[in-house]
Design a protein around this ligand. Structure first.
Ligand SMILES: [Zn+2]
Ligand SMILES: [Zn+2]
Ligand SMILES: [Zn+2]
Length: 146
């Protein structure tokens, strides 16, 4: 059974003349129900737990198509592979280089930088495509007290 959040995305797709295939439903269900950051491989295994007969190539194609439609987005956490999010749940990621902890912060945190890049360089930033890499407070405190 799809969650209300997934059902809202079905409505959005239908309103745009898109079909809700079994693969699309399964991918949206997985993304709507998780707070995890899933790589395509992880997404594939989660989809296959619900729909074992949806093939790898279909899942990959579905994710690409949902990205084209602006329903899902990907980001990179540090050196990691792309991970997927629903586009209506965007946030910026702080990734600690020491312990790997991921902290989610509002997109607005980069708004000033975004505006300056736009106004002064004519550059339109994709603020969530990569994460902000550094050191978290806990690791910094540990380093200071070591
Ligand atoms: Zn990318
Ligand atoms: Zn850390
Ligand atoms: Zn996230």
């Amino acid at each position: 059974m799809s969650s209300p959040r997934a059902l809202a995305l079905h409505d959005e797709l239908r309103a745009r003349g898109e079909r809700i295939t079994k693969a699309r439903r399964a991918v949206l269900d997985v993304l709507a129900d998780t707070d995890e950051h899933l790589t395509t491989e992880e997404l594939l295994s989660a989809v296959n737990r619900a729909e074992p007969d949806v093939h790898r190539a279909t899942v990959y194609r579905t994710v690409d198509r949902l990205a084209e439609l602006g329903i899902v987005e990907h980001t990179h956490l540090g050196h990691g592979p792309a991970v997927y999010h629903l586009a209506n749940d965007l946030h910026q990621h702080l990734v600690c280089e020491s312990c790997g902890r991921i902290t989610e912060v509002p997109m607005a945190i980069l708004r000033g930088v975004e505006r300056r890049l736009h106004d002064e360089y004519g550059f339109t930033m994709s603020p969530m495509h990569f994460s902000i890499v550094g050191r978290c407070q806990r690791c910094r405190d540990e380093a200071e007290h070591a």
